[in-house]
Ligand binder design. Structure first.
Ligand code: FES
Length: 157
């Protein structure tokens, strides 16, 4: 079973390499495509990308760790990213942060046991005059306070 899954993933990555090519910009496009479909980029996928692009797996891993939208571990069904840049920080990010952690019982960088929500920080979302801001999957929420943030979490749970 595991072997079959690995072969299917290899075939999929080969077709991505055929589509995007093997140069440097292709690496990011291939990783984004894997991330979109599988929600993370497994060790095996990283090795396959490295093999097919003829680069070291460490290079693939370093690209994944550089970009916050790529990850090497499975995450929750919903990704909640709280802006930690200065304007949001000054607008009350700390109290929102505390409320969100208390509500979910996890810290930032962690995923709830039921795999429904992963909490992360993000840098500026471009909503600095409307902070604190939070990105929930693809949607940005602004002017947050602890209560509205917790309500948003309860809606996606
Ligand atoms: S500082 Fe938070 S959106 Fe810009």
């Amino acid at each position: 079973m595991l072997v079959l899954e690995k072969n299917a993933l290899s075939v999929e990555i080969e077709s991505l390499v055929n589509k995007y090519g093997t140069d440097r910009p292709a690496l990011l496009q291939i990783l984004q495509a894997i991330q979109r479909k599988h929600k993370y980029i497994s060790d095996f996928a990283q090795q396959e990308v490295a093999r097919l692009l003829n680069i070291h797996p460490v290079e693939v891993y370093s690209v994944i760790t550089f970009y916050s939208f790529l990850c090497s571990e499975p995450k929750g069904r919903n990704i909640v990213r709280l802006c930690r840049t200065i304007s949001c920080d000054m607008a009350g990010k700390d109290v929102v942060e505390a409320a969100v952690k208390r509500e979910l019982g996890i810290s930032f960088g962690e995923t709830t046991k039921d795999k429904r929500i992963t909490l992360e920080y993000t840098n500026c979302l471009g909503m600095c005059d409307q902070g604190p801001a939070m990105l929930v999957n693809e949607k940005v929420y602004t002017h947050l306070d602890p209560e509205t943030a917790v309500n948003i979490l309860n809606e996606i749970r």
